[in-house]
Design a protein around this ligand. Structure first.
Ligand code: GLY
Ligand code: MN
Ligand code: MN
Length: 431
């Protein structure tokens, strides 16, 4: 791994919090992700499943974590299984974790080889009263492949059909939504790299540059700073592409007079950052672009102030909708009659701002967090209002990442990423 790992203490704490939520006799298992095939012998790069990583810090394929706090033998309460390494494997595949290294990273004392899993699982299943399986329950999940976890669950259910089962994911959704200070500092590392990338592209952007050339500048800056790469597929959208919310082609030439919307974040140590900035290709906003930009900025600032403990995301989104509605009226995009006659289920502002304002951020870009859970201190969220006007050929989104504070408004982790339009224009002219 190229990143500096977090302490094993954090992972021990995460496991303690997790097992405290289990019913008596509960045994939980967590699998790594598969390495996904392309064709022939090509594969996608390995990306660790975020749950086993959260509970162990182990970033290696084919690892399994077993947690069983009521096991008869103390050494069976936490077991990590890793693929067996040897001198031959080291020659062909490179270094894999030794048991000693795995213990140092995770704080887990019992480390076994993967081929020992079935036998040990069967022994412990006899002592267990309930299995905790980790199905993907994220509100946005749409998974069409069978994961390693799915295969394990199928195997375990067939082998032990009489064991009752429960969901680990519900517990993890709650735990992972509240970040430890070590996690926040890792997110900040990712953000600092994103900031470097943004500062690099500002003087690089000019009429005639291609969207993919800007993407390449970000990639260069990210990788040379030990980032894992992009936290999600980057959106580098000029002109009317700004209005395609999930624009990923990044294959157009940027024209003078257009805006360019960049939704880009570096990942670091498996933690994501998520930034959007919108800048003028020529280095100067037109008066109309500037008016829309200022409106989005005001909405963003006002929205941030609303993110305090106790608030429900759904109510927050409704409040932001009202603030946005006022701005859209000022910009002449909505009028009072349209607003008066709007369907409350489909408010008028959605024509120009059709996505949510905030989501949790952490190990996943759209991180865990139960939708009906009120905000709490140390949750990390994005704030990302936008106004999209295809008929005028441009759109603006601004996105920062913030930490909820126990008292008062959140801390903006992207405070140092240029956002004020005058500063952006000035930085773009420092060519
Ligand atoms: N970049 C994904 C998002 O902003 O939600
Ligand atoms: Mn986002
Ligand atoms: Mn984003």
């Amino acid at each position: 791994m190229r990143y500096r790992p977090l302490s094993s203490k954090l992972y021990s704490k995460n496991r303690d919090l997790f097992v405290q939520a289990l019913d008596r006799g509960g045994l939980a298992v967590f699998n790594s992700n598969d390495i996904y095939p392309i064709s022939a012998d090509s594969t996608l790069p390995f990306a660790q499943h975020r749950d086993i990583f959260y509970l162990s810090g182990i970033d290696q394929e084919e690892s399994i974590l077993l947690l069983f706090p009521d096991a008869q033998e103390p050494e069976h309460r936490e077991i990590l299984f890793i693929k067996k390494t040897s001198e031959i494997i080291a020659v062909w595949e490179g270094q894999k974790l030794t048991p000693k290294q795995a213990t140092a990273l995770s704080g887990i004392q019992t480390v076994c080889w993967l081929h020992e899993f079935e036998k040990l699982f069967q022994l412990l299943a006899d002592q267990a009263e309930i299995f905790y399986f980790n199905t993907n329950e994220h509100y946005r999940a749409k998974v069409e492949t069978q994961t390693r976890e799915d295969r394990f669950i199928k195997w375990a259910k067939a082998k032990f059909p009489n064991h009752p089962t429960a969901k680990s994911n519900f517990i993890l959704q709650k735990l992972r939504s509240i970040k430890d200070t070590e996690e926040i500092s890792q997110i900040k590392n990712a953000i600092d790299i994103t900031e470097k990338g943004f500062r690099r592209v500002l003087p690089f952007i000019k009429p005639g540059v291609w969207e993919f050339e800007i993407e390449a500048e970000f990639a260069h800056e990210f990788l040379k700073n030990r980032s894992d790469g992009f936290a999600y597929s980057p959106i580098i959208a000029s002109g009317n592409n700004c209005n395609v919310l999930h624009y990923l082609d990044n294959n157009q030439q940027c024209k003078s007079g257009d805006l360019i919307l960049m939704d880009v974040g570096a990942a670091y140590g498996n933690y994501a950052s998520d930034m959007t900035r919108t800048v003028p290709v020529s280095g100067k906003f037109t008066p109309r672009q500037r008016a829309v930009y200022d409106a989005v900025l005001r909405v963003e600032k006002a929205a941030m102030q609303l993110l305090v403990p106790g608030v429900l995301i759904k109510e927050y989104h409704q409040e932001v909708g009202k603030i946005m509605t006022d701005e859209l009226i000022q910009l002449g995009l909505l009028d009072l009659t349209m607003v008066k006659n709007q369907d409350p289920e489909k408010p008028a502002y959605k024509k120009y701002f059709m996505h949510g304002t905030s989501h949790h951020l952490g190990l996943d870009t759209h991180d865990y967090g139960l939708v009906d859970q009120p905000l709490k201190g140390n949750m990390v969220l994005t704030v990302e209002p936008g106004i999209y006007i295809p008929e005028e050929g441009f759109g603006v989104r601004i996105e920062d990442d913030v930490v909820i504070q126990e008292d008062g408004p959140p801390l903006n982790l992207m405070e140092n990423v240029p956002k004020a339009p005058d500063e952006i224009e000035q930085l773009m002219h420092q060519r």
